[in-house]
Design a protein. Structure first.
Length: 280
């Protein structure tokens, strides 16, 4: 059985107060290579101190619970890569999560991947390389964000527990379509495209609804035009997981001669009408 340190990450959020880390989450308040503060916010010389800390949740995922499969860092005003969500609000105060740089995360259901991110760390700027078995993501507030990838543990009897004895066994999408499970290509480097869509993170990245931004938000000069929109899968597609026997109709290959013969039309009626003399 995998240790708690090797379990996939199923939740990510940023808090403004280390004491407000959500239950069952782990606070990342120190750098990995040396015991320095892992605050994501750079304070100015004047004014009150602003703190931002990353929190993660590790556990054996449920059948339909997403796991973290990729992380990217982008400039604050840039749009995230396709398929990524931006953590742009704090979980505890609904304020601006980071400055100058934004953390983007990508999720996937366990049945569609064999690997997931199991650990996120920060290393100091003096460390030019990521530790062994870690992948370097990028720099934020004079620290470098890195992640480690591990295997997604198998979920025994997960499908059976979700179905009553009188119902047929639930089949995962990969089984229903006779497809092999997709193995993620991690670790790999993400190069953010120029103009993808930017969804709202909702502060706590566990596929819950997005929270409202508070009046005390530190965000100035930049408002997400689609803030408040719930990003979720259309319910009609969730029924695909219950499909078992799908019959794909046979598509018969046709030659050019077959196509010409099937759709041949001699236009004789039209020609006869065109030759009919008009009445004066």
């Amino acid at each position: 059985m995998a240790s708690a340190q090797d379990l996939p990450i199923t939740g990510v959020c940023i808090v403004s107060d280390p004491g407000r880390c959500p239950p069952n989450f782990i606070l990342i308040d120190k750098t990995f290579d040396r015991p320095e503060d892992a605050d994501l916010w750079r304070d100015g010389y004047f004014g009150r101190r602003v703190m931002r800390y990353l929190c993660v949740q590790r556990q054996i995922p449920l059948l339909n619970q997403d796991v973290l499969v990729d992380v990217a860092l982008i400039n604050e005003r840039d749009l995230p890569p396709a398929g990524f969500s931006v953590i742009d609000l704090t979980h505890d105060t609904r304020e601006k999560a980071t400055q100058k740089r934004s953390i983007c995360v990508r999720w996937m259901i366990p049945s569609m991947t064999k690997h997931a991110i199991t650990e996120l760390i920060f290393i100091t700027k003096t460390s030019r390389r990521a530790p062994a078995n870690y992948t370097l993501v990028g720099e934020i507030n004079n620290m470098s964000l890195c992640y480690k990838v591990g295997e997604v543990p198998k979920i025994p009897n997960a499908a059976k527990s979700l179905v009553s004895p009188t119902q047929p066994t639930v089949t995962t999408p990969t089984q229903a379509y006779n497809m092999a499970a997709l193995a993620s290509g991690l670790p790999y480097t993400i190069t953010p495209p120029a103009v993808p869509a930017r969804p709202l993170s909702g502060g706590l990245m566990t596929r819950t609804g997005p929270p409202e931004q508070s009046a005390n938000s530190l965000a100035t000069g930049h408002i997400n035009p689609i803030s408040g929109i719930v990003w979720k899968m259309n319910p009609k597609y969730k029924q695909l997981i219950e499909l078992q026997n799908i019959t794909i109709p046979e598509i018969k290959a046709k030659t050019m001669t077959d196509i010409d013969h099937q759709y041949d039309y001699n236009f004789s009626v039209e020609r006869s009408v065109s030759k009919t003399p008009r009445l004066s």
